[in-house]
Design a protein around this ligand. Structure first.
Ligand code: PLP
Length: 391
């Protein structure tokens, strides 16, 4: 790093860039930490020259700092920060579709995204269909009017791994944009654009923010792809407020440290759970028993902190188990420093019948963990004592 402190060549390590990418030049007397610009508007040129600065336009310095840092970490030409993951998703999708177009989406998709496709975009004449994009021959589901292929890197809650590199060549050939929700695999674990995604979307509410204290979203891609995304975001008014962007920037500084611990906790806790009395099956891509382990091990830096377990005793056992946990907190969401637990049948998959869930491999008794950064032995001890109470 130069002594002027304003040059951050991309050969600096990930942790260094998570702290410094996008820092302005050092000026004596200026704050070391970017302040919160709690203002909706900024002075403009009386002659109308140059950019107009207005916080809804996403050009508040707090937005800019986050965008520059994430742009660097994701290896993108451009980045947009939004007020939520859904704000990011709707801006990304609507930059690629118009009435009459078709979206081909992975069957295992976050519920909110599915509602966006099925209830909102369908009313605008944009049809969506779903397919198993991991299955050979998935491309037969593409149509002449398919302009978007949409998937998640790790699915919720079975954690099936889709490598965008398996979809990208076909998408390119057929002229469809590949939009990848990489919320479960932030840039420390996967540089999604380098695997051929056209746009990568994150709910920054999760790992990027990392402390369950801010709601935000991110979209990254090439300048060309991002220009229409930014236009949509400005029109829909999805920019976060300055304070939310500031909290997000602070969270990103520790992304590498947190992900190292999430990755370690994921491996240690899932290994402990596997084969344990009372647990029928453990879903974690870092385990050799996971169907996508080999590919995930090849492509990911780490497997993350999301883990699913299937309890022997079904739904009743799952509810008693969750109630018996003392350290681990029952709550939706994921990617924060606190370990959280939820039952998909009460949260993400509540709209489905037990039979439909079972057909997807989600029997009642399934418990989803978002493993935090606590000491793994403490998380394990809590799971152990809760298992004993239901045993
Ligand atoms: N994508 C995934 C995979 C998610 O899990 C979520 C939220 O849980 C979202 C998108 C939406 O993010 P947000 O709640 O920040 O709008």
């Amino acid at each position: 790093m130069s002594t002027a402190g304003h040059e951050h060549p991309s050969d600096l390590g990930f942790s260094t860039r998570a702290v410094h990418a996008g820092d302005p030049p050092r000026v004596v007397g200026e704050p070391v930490v970017n302040p919160i610009y709690q203002t909706s508007t900024f002075f403009s040129d009386p002659a109308g020259e140059g950019e107009v600065f207005y916080s809804r336009y996403g050009n508040n310095p707090n937005h800019r700092r986050v965008e520059e840092r994430v742009r660097d970490l994701e290896g993108a030409e451009a980045c947009l920060v939004t007020g939520s993951g859904m704000g990011a998703m709707v801006s990304a999708i609507l930059s690629c579709v118009r009435a009459g177009d078709h979206i081909l989406a992975a069957e295992a998709l976050y519920g909110g995204t599915r509602i966006l496709l099925d209830r909102e975009l369908s009313r605008l004449g944009i049809e969506s269909s779903y397919a198993d994009l991991l299955a050979p021959g998935w491309e037969r589901h593409l149509r002449d009017n398919t302009t978007v292929v949409l998937c998640e890197t790790l699915s919720n809650p079975l954690l099936r791994f889709t490598d965008p590199a398996d979809l990208a060549p076909v998408c390119r050939e057929r002229g469809a944009a590949l939009i990848v929700d990489a919320t479960f695999t932030p840039s420390y674990n996967l540089r999604t654009l380098s695997r051929g995604a056209d746009l990568v979307v994150h709910s920054a509410t999760k790992y990027y923010g990392g402390h369950s204290d801010v709601t935000a979203g991110l979209v990254c891609g090439s300048e060309e792809r991002m220009a229409p995304v930014r236009q949509r975001a400005v029109t829909f008014g999805v920019a976060p407020d300055a304070h939310a962007a500031w909290i997000l920037e602070r969270g990103i500084k520790t992304l590498a440290l947190r992900m190292e611990r999430h990755n370690r906790n994921g491996l240690e806790v899932s290994r402990w759970c596997e084969g344990r009395a009372g647990i029928r099956r453990v879903h974690y891509p870092g385990l050799e028993s996971h169907p996508d382990h080999a590919r995930a091990a090849e492509v990911l830096t780490g497997f993350g902190g999301m883990m699913g377990i299937e309890l022997e005793g079904g739904g009743d056992a799952a509810t008693r188990f969750v109630s018996a946990l003392r350290l681990v907190k029952p709550a939706p969401s994921l990617g924060g420093v606190d370990t959280l637990v939820s039952e998909p049948r009460h949260t993400s998959h509540v709209a489905m019948t037990p039979e439909a869930r079972a057909a997807q491999g989600l029997a009642d008794g399934f418990v989803r963990f978002s493993l935090g950064i606590e000491d793994p032995e403490d998380i394990i001890a809590d799971i152990d004592q809760a298992l004993k109470t239901i045993g």
